[in-house]
Design a protein around this ligand. Structure first.
Ligand SMILES: *[C@@H]1O[C@H](CO)[C@@H](O)[C@H](O)[C@H]1NC(C)=O
Ligand SMILES: *[C@@H]1O[C@H](CO)[C@@H](O)[C@H](O)[C@H]1NC(C)=O
Ligand SMILES: *[C@@H]1O[C@H](CO)[C@@H](O)[C@H](O)[C@H]1NC(C)=O
Ligand SMILES: *[C@@H]1O[C@H](CO)[C@@H](O)[C@H](O)[C@H]1NC(C)=O
Ligand SMILES: *[C@@H]1O[C@H](CO)[C@@H](O)[C@H](O)[C@H]1NC(C)=O
Ligand SMILES: *[C@@H]1O[C@H](CO)[C@@H](O)[C@H](O)[C@H]1NC(C)=O
Ligand SMILES: *[C@@H]1O[C@H](CO)[C@@H](O)[C@H](O)[C@H]1NC(C)=O
Ligand SMILES: *[C@@H]1O[C@H](CO)[C@@H](O)[C@H](O)[C@H]1NC(C)=O
Ligand SMILES: *[C@@H]1O[C@H](CO)[C@@H](O)[C@H](O)[C@H]1NC(C)=O
Ligand SMILES: [Ca+2]
Length: 557
């Protein structure tokens, strides 16, 4: 040992002593253990030293992902855990670290979906390929983290507030603070070297992103947020709306019938944006100009389906669109109103799939029957009725004041996008949020002036044809913001704002093509036979996205 050190010093110039170590040099349990966040870095938290794992992984390949381009990379796979003092809990953090030569002074926290606080390791390459240490947390929910709502009650009627807070915002915050500290220590960063910190997530992960931006202005330099499942009570209860329409109209359509309506709608509305590409870039024009009654009598056919873990085999569906099917679809497109006709919430755009309205085949009765969506059902069961049940989310506590607070303090930037054909979280939900921020932050100026001020730090993009946090097989030529994180990095680090958001067509015959995505409030319109995308100011289109929720006395942001 001694002689090999001596040899090293003897024959190599001094500069090489500081040479970048290899992945294998530092990706060891000993090195990680020696570089864990120091005690006291975050009040009330202690590292659990006995649980550290680290192993290098070489030539990992990712392909066809929605939130990062194809890549091949090496990384250090690290996990360690911490506990809240006095609670004896265990929260497991997983970080993927770039090889030292590829580290670019960046850190990224990522989030989950549904009632899960992370998306497994599938989100981690997103930051790694940009030289960022990238993390997920299990929130302390352990192997059951996929349905964290299972842990929100300790007994019927008794909430487990610790778990609810962890899910609501605390776990993501702790992951960010510990992750940044760990990154600096691991890579020997000096005090004065800037570590850029980011957040990326979609759906529940989008809500988690906003839960940080709203409360902790300094946590991230930028956030890339898709289709956030925020305004949680509205969002989760509205998942039940389609089921309640079915129940009220006593009509439980074969799924194929609704699919046929969607397909016919896309076909009919495709050209309204000026380009025949199978993508409805202007759902507002579709709402205004297309009456789905035109689908009455349309024949449809779907092949039989095999049994799955959660459902029995389904028969062939061969029929024509019925008056009941049309009435059902129309009622769903109206959105939730109270019995006095006052609007309670918005709904999905025409061309979105009717996912919440999915029925189930009962082989015994030989009928399609109601299937209550658990996204909404578990919410009501667990969080409203406080009964231990199948699953449920946390009720976030965002008020007007917290919104104004973070806006006052914020220095970070946010790219927020939402598929225009989202079937799970109505697109108008994100428009309302952006418009609320825009209005609250910029009193007394013209709309255009307020838009310019808000776009200094917060930009919203409606993705033509985009589905829920994914491109849409039914509108396969639509663009998808696969490089949103890269565009955010350019905005934060080079001050290049995404005037349009870079989109890539990920499916269909135009796969691989680039298509820019207009920044709200401008709307896409193609001219020149569909060849030129223009982002136009269209007051009628903007107004069509803004709803009066007059079923409630309280303001809804
Ligand atoms: C990463 O580490 C975790 C925890 O030790 C382990 O379960 C997993 O298999 C590792 N992944 C790879 C690709 O090495
Ligand atoms: C803490 O949890 C561990 C296992 O999770 C258990 O063995 C130990 O008894 C607990 N300690 C206290 C003080 O509850
Ligand atoms: C950090 O510094 C130590 C001591 O010089 C060195 O052994 C280690 O390789 C460095 N780590 C990285 C990631 O550069
Ligand atoms: C569907 O039903 C119609 C009318 O009964 C029949 O003509 C057609 O062949 C059927 N299609 C399939 C694919 O079974
Ligand atoms: C909790 O309430 C449910 C009804 O929602 C009931 O079925 C269950 O038995 C109750 N559990 C306990 C432990 O009381
Ligand atoms: C919700 O707001 C109330 C009143 O400000 C506060 O006491 C409570 O801690 C908040 N809860 C969450 C989850 O933020
Ligand atoms: C607002 O800006 C748009 C361009 O983004 C322009 O077309 C429109 O005329 C402006 N409205 C007013 C009232 O200046
Ligand atoms: C609707 O279109 C999709 C392709 O986008 C196709 O796979 C599906 O079979 C069609 N469904 C019906 C009922 O026409
Ligand atoms: C934009 O997307 C294209 C693929 O559509 C990609 O080649 C390009 O690198 C992206 N640009 C940026 C700035 O991310
Ligand atoms: Ca089109």
């Amino acid at each position: 040992m001694r002689s090999s050190i001596w040899t090293c010093f003897a024959i190599v110039p001094a500069a090489v002593v500081h040479a970048v170590p290899s992945l294998a040099d530092v990706c060891t349990i000993d090195y990680v253990t020696a570089h864990l966040p120091p005690a006291g870095i975050y009040p009330g938290i202690s590292m659990v030293d006995s649980f550290v794992s680290a192993n290098p992984v070489y030539s990992a390949a990712v392909k066809d992902a929605n939130f990062y381009p194809n890549a091949v990379f090496d990384y250090c796979n690290v996990s360690f855990s911490y506990s809240h003092d006095g609670l004896n809990d265990t929260v497991v953090l997983t970080y993927w670290l770039p090889a030292p030569g590829n580290f670019q002074n960046r850190y990224l926290s990522t989030g989950g979906g549904g009632y899960a606080i992370n998306s497994g390791t599938q989100s981690l390459p997103g930051g790694l390929i940009y030289g960022a240490v990238t993390g997920i947390t299990d929130g302390g929910f352990g192997v059951n983290q996929g349905a964290a709502i299972n842990t929100f009650l300790v007994a019927n009627g008794t909430l487990n507030w610790h778990n609810i807070y962890m899910f609501g915002y605390e776990a993501i915050h702790e992951m960010g603070e510990l992750g940044k500290s760990f990154t600096k220590t691991f890579f020997n960063m000096s005090e004065s070297t800037k570590l850029y910190s980011y957040y990326q997530g979609c759906s529940e992960g989008g809500r988690e992103g906003w839960s940080q931006v709203q409360r902790f202005a300094d946590e991230f330099d930028g956030a890339s947020i898709g289709a956030p499942a925020f305004r949680f009570a509205f969002q989760q209860v509205q998942h039940l709306y389609s089921n309640v329409v079915e129940h009220t109209l006593n009509y439980f359509p074969p799924p194929c019938e609704l699919q046929a309506i969607v397909n016919a709608t896309i076909l009919a509305c495709d050209s309204l944006d000026g380009r025949v590409d199978g993508v409805v870039s202007r759902t507002d024009l579709c709402t205004a100009q297309y009456d789905i009654a035109a689908t009455l009598g349309l024949p449809y056919y779907c092949a039989p389906g095999a049994a799955t873990r959660s459902g029995s085999a389904t028969p062939e569906q061969n029929g024509t669109v019925t008056a009941q099917g049309v009435a059902l679809a129309k009622e769903i497109f109206e959105g939730l109103h109270d019995s006095e006709g006052r609007r309670a919430y918005f709904t999905y755009t025409p061309s979105s799939t009717f996912t919440d309205a999915q029925t189930q085949w009962n082989p015994t009765s030989g009928k399609w029957e109601l299937s209550v969506t658990s996204l909404g059902g578990s919410f009501v069961k667990v969080l409203l009725d406080l009964q231990i049940g199948s699953n449920l989310p946390s009720l976030d506590n965002v008020t007007y004041d917290t919104l104004v607070e973070w806006i006052d303090e914020a220095g970070g930037k946010v790219i927020h996008f939402h598929g225009e054909s989202d079937f799970s979280i109505p697109t108008a939900s994100s428009v309302r949020y952006w418009e609320s921020v825009n209005k609250i932050m910029n009193p007394g100026v013209s709309y255009n002036e307020s838009v310019a001020a808000t776009q200094e730090f917060y930009r919203l993009f409606l993705v033509p044809g985009g589905s829920h946090c994914a491109p849409n097989a039914a509108e396969s030529n639509g663009p998808w913001p696969q490089t949103a994180l890269a565009n955010l990095i350019d905005w934060v680090e080079k001050d290049v704002p995404p005037v349009t958001l870079n989109g890539t067509i990920l499916l269909g015959q135009n796969k691989g093509q680039n298509q820019q995505i207009c920044g709200w409030p401008l709307r896409p319109l193609f001219t020149g036979n569909g060849l030129n995308l223009e982002c136009v100011y269209d007051q009628g289109s903007i107004d069509s996205w803004i709803y009066e929720l007059d079923a409630f006395d309280m303001p809804v942001y």
